[in-house]
Write a new protein. Sequence first.
Length: 334
Amino acid sequence: MRFPLPKKALAVAAAAAVALTVSSCSGSAEAESTGSPAASAEWPRTITHEAGETVIEAKPESIASTSLSVTGTLLAIDAPVTATSVSKARGGTADENGFFSQWADVAVERGVEPLYTIGELDLEAVIAEAPDLIVVSTSGADSVLDQYDALSEIAPTIVVNYGDQTWQDLAVELGEATGLEDKAASVVEEFDASVAAAAENLAIEEGTTASIVSYNAGDVSPVGKGTGPHSQLLTALGFTVAEPDEQYDTSTQKREDFAFTSYEGLSASVTGDYTFLISSTEKTVEEFTADPTLSNLPSVQSGQVYSMGPESFRLDYFSASDIVDWFNTSFTAK
């Protein structure tokens, strides 16, 4: 089975899109502070991001995404992505190009080219694309933050953090940098409405708890925190996310999305009435429920463990929409 994601934070994100300010060499201070339509149409604009400030001279027409996890959100707002880093995986989570499965068809239709395989940054390939904007992530396997200066020599480069915010918030941020504020706001608003409708139909009983797990038998397993994107989606759908036990978190850096929970601490951290497994298949559900150390979990005892699909680890518009569709068509609360 597959599971959909929550979306109440979308209305806030949509409102935030209206209030975003844009710096401009020629714009008045008043226009910049109000985020007026006139200000948002002005170029060049200065974008404040995770690594500082970047001046973008004109509305981008060719974007190179060094972050595969961000590419889906760029595609969702119709940003002109011409090339992206790609996954080593083939089949299941990615197609033959290395594009994530949930948006691979869209990327192929729009002529997006594979840039290089994650972990093998190729500056020459980036140069050959002649981008007018490069997007980098702060962390994750697809991060090339240590090459920010080199990439900035090629084209204006911005750095975003997809780990501490929803894809909706990221869409608003990218909308400002690409001049697609209106498109970002409309995509977020439409998705938010679909989540609200799903929540109404599901009518999850108040207080029903859920745990989110990327299960690795016998090893460290990421467990969703209430502040993470997955948790925000489930919360919007009506669940209360059960927080993992902090004492078993092996993370070396503070994270808002997941606690990388030791195997020994998994049974104390996955306490929800329901357990939703990300990056998973039905086989993962079978392995999880057959694990003797997890046999007494509430969700295992009640048969309420579900797979959210192999492509669910990194949420974007496409994977989140798939999850919502699953809730609408296949899930019945017990």
